[in-house]
Write a protein that binds this ligand. Structure first.
Ligand code: CDV
Length: 310
């Protein structure tokens, strides 16, 4: 019997534009109650779990979008999640749009311990999409307009008996995300996402291809860093825009051990043995023994690719 962290991966079904925070939180709370009844230690919620995926909408004046952001966490609407956590000894992660007191906007996720206390905060670093209206796209993805890149790095936290890290959606496509956490001994990465089923610039790209990309990244991130990865989606049709879902729990061998079957609110549960990270961390991916950082300089010296001339 290892160090078991029983995880509830709580997929959200669609949240329509006019659904208010109270309703969204009530749905999350239902899943948290279900997770508690199943004996979960922690629930992972999705990216921007309180609202529709608003970066698909364009506003000339970005201040018009501030209503999608939270100025307090917990605030009046989200307080029930924190109260339930404290009263019932269950941790959670929650994604939301953060508007700071000095006017900065981030795509944020908090890690809350079993006492209902915020232990950690992560602000999304890899922001996809574009900052200006691009009419040639079949739909907009304006994260670069509404959010600033996260300024907190990729920390991990020793909490709930393990070493837990977080990242958000597009971050999963970048191996650096997982490696920076791997270098801090991460044992479980909590990851929320909203991923459209189609590509706004390439109509021929299928939903299946996009699901394949998502799984590939998360499974590779798990295996190459010998960590559990809990990927939690918002799924289904929001205002005519489909999100593919595919919530899953992945073990340190990179295998999917549990996955959602629907595009609705759905909880999947798995006993994640954090000691299962140890074998690969001490063998194939014993970083101290095998990494060759003298050859990795380009990764931090250069952003874009520069092919040889000729
Ligand atoms: N919310 C996201 O970051 N979505 C991106 C889409 C735009 C590709 C993702 O990487 O899933």
């Amino acid at each position: 019997m290892g160090r078991i962290l029983k995880i509830g991966a709580a997929q959200s079904g669609p949240i329509q534009k006019d659904e208010d925070r109270d309703s969204a939180v009530a749905r999350l709370l239902e899943m948290m109650k279900e997770a508690h009844a199943e004996g979960c230690d922690m629930v992972v919620f999705t990216e921007l779990a309180l609202t529709t995926f608003f970066p698909r909408y364009y506003a000339e004046d970005r201040a018009d979008m501030d209503s999608w952001f939270e100025t307090d966490m917990p605030g009046p609407a989200t307080r029930p999640l924190f109260d339930f956590s404290k009263d019932n000894g269950i941790g959670f992660t929650l994604g939301y749009g953060e508007l700071t007191p000095d006017g900065h906007h981030f795509n944020t996720q908090v890690l809350v311990d079993k006492n209902g206390e915020i232990q950690g905060k992560y602000r999304k670093i890899h922001l996809p999409g574009h900052a200006e209206l691009e009419p040639e796209r079949s739909f907009q993805h304006l994260e670069k307009r509404y959010f600033e890149p996260g300024d907190l790095g990729f920390p991990v936290w020793r909490t709930m008996g393990g070493v837990i890290g977080m990242c958000i959606c597009n971050d999963r496509r970048w191996p650096e995300t997982f490696r920076v956490m791997g270098l801090q001994g991460v044992e479980l990465v909590a990851l929320g996402y909203n991923t459209p089923s189609s590509n706004s610039l390439k109509a021929s790209e299928t939903k299946e291809t996009r699901q394949h990309h998502s799984r590939l990244c998360m499974q590779a991130g798990a295996y190459q860093n010998a960590t559990w990865v809990v990927g939690v989606a918002k799924a289904g049709d929001e205002d005519g825009h489909h999100l593919f879902g595919d919530t899953m729990i992945i073990n340190p061998d990179g295998k999917i051990v549990a996955e959602a079957k629907t595009e609705d609110d759905e909880l999947i549960v798995f006993d994640c043995d954090l000691d299962a990270c140890r074998f690969l961390k001490e063998s194939t991916f014993d970083f101290a023994a095998h990494r060759r950082i003298e050859h990795y300089g380009l990764i931090t010296e250069q952003t874009g690719a520069i092919p040889p001339e000729g």
